[in-house]
Write a protein that binds this ligand. Structure first.
Ligand code: ADP
Ligand code: MG
Length: 291
């Protein structure tokens, strides 16, 4: 499989050349395979938002390259619009960008901008609304009548309606209650499963990454600290803790059990896997006791 997104030695300096210049990314190289669901995590200020803003050309590298679908997106700056449509970007708190008089018009805004005809726009609006659990009778309502979680789902539907090849979301669950978080994240997961679209999701929560992503990119102070499959990253839980990141509760329990002298694997990050690991450990113990 070929990379759909790739950064090569990507460095970004805000205010480059000015006295208060800030290096937000330094020599970041990594690649995402088409169809992957990648979680991006790291403490505040580690460079997550800066990184993802390069994927559709909102930010331009100070040095290094960004490739989408194998093409350097800045090879011809006049072509940047093409990549804006290819990479759908849901920024933080996207509901603040809703402005149309109806939910329908807000979701239709992107596809309309792409110059699609009314029938195609209609098909996309309805499909995206369905992905985001927006009932058909909400489409004619004003977005301002909706709850915070519903507004956010309208904003996400607006990006999905552009049918991007890659969907990038910056903390889509931030500020929502646990139920709202679960609803939005499972809808995104479902969208990924049903469409095969590549998803990159920035999150503060290791629990969320553990539940929804296949791979994790861990950012630490402008650089990539780890990039691997979820199970492999969680197997390095002590290092994650050293980076000031939390690990899922269940992983913490297993680390504690190991510390207490139990012969047990600690690459545990979901409940079903925890149950299997405990049962395997008990079996092992039984075996030892039997001989
Ligand atoms: P994260 O999303 O991981 O919290 P950011 O990418 O927002 O991190 O920020 C990385 C670094 O860049 C931080 O030191 C932040 O203060 C700085 N930064 C972010 N945006 C800007 C900006 N527009 N101008 C100057 N510095 C910025
Ligand atoms: Mg951020």
């Amino acid at each position: 499989m070929s990379a759909i997104i790739e950064t090569q030695h990507l460095t970004h300096i805000y205010g480059h050349g000015l006295p208060d210049a800030t290096t937000a990314l330094e020599d970041v190289s990594f690649a995402v395979e088409e169809g992957d669901f990648v979680g991006i995590i790291g403490s505040t200020g580690s460079g997550k938002s800066t990184l993802i803003s390069h994927f559709n050309g909102l930010l331009k590298p100070t040095s290094g390259r960004v490739l989408v679908g194998g093409e350097d997106i800045w090879a011809d700056p006049k072509q940047i619009r093409r990549f804006r449509f290819m990479v759908g970007m849901v920024m933080q708190y996207p509901e603040y960008q809703l402005f149309e008089e109806s939910v329908y018009k807000d979701i239709a805004f992107g596809p309309k901008n792409m110059g699609l005809d009314a029938a195609e726009i209609d098909r996309r609006v309805r499909a995206a609304a369905e992905f985001c659990g927006i009932p058909a009778d909400h489409l004619e309502r004003s977005p301002f009548e909706l709850s915070g979680g519903q507004k956010r789902r309208v904003a996400i539907a607006g990006v999905m309606a552009m049918e991007p090849r890659i969907l990038v979301l910056d903390e889509p669950a931030a500020g929502l209650d646990p139920e709202g978080r679960d609803t939005i994240l499972s809808q995104i997961k479902d969208y990924h499963r049903r469409t095969g679209v590549t998803v990159l999701l920035v999150s503060h929560s290791m629990e969320d990454i553990a539940r929804y992503a296949d791979k994790v990119l861990v950012m630490d102070q402008r650089r990539i600290a780890m990039y691997d499959r979820v199970d492999k990253v969680f197997a390095r839980a002590p290092e994650l803790l050293e980076l000031g990141l939390s690990v899922p509760q269940v992983t913490k329990i297993f680390l504690k059990l190991k510390e207490m002298g139990l012969d047990i694997d600690t690459d545990v990050y979901t409940m079903p896997y925890a149950v299997r690991t405990v049962l395997a450990a008990l079996e092992k113990k039984k075996g030892v006791a039997g001989c």
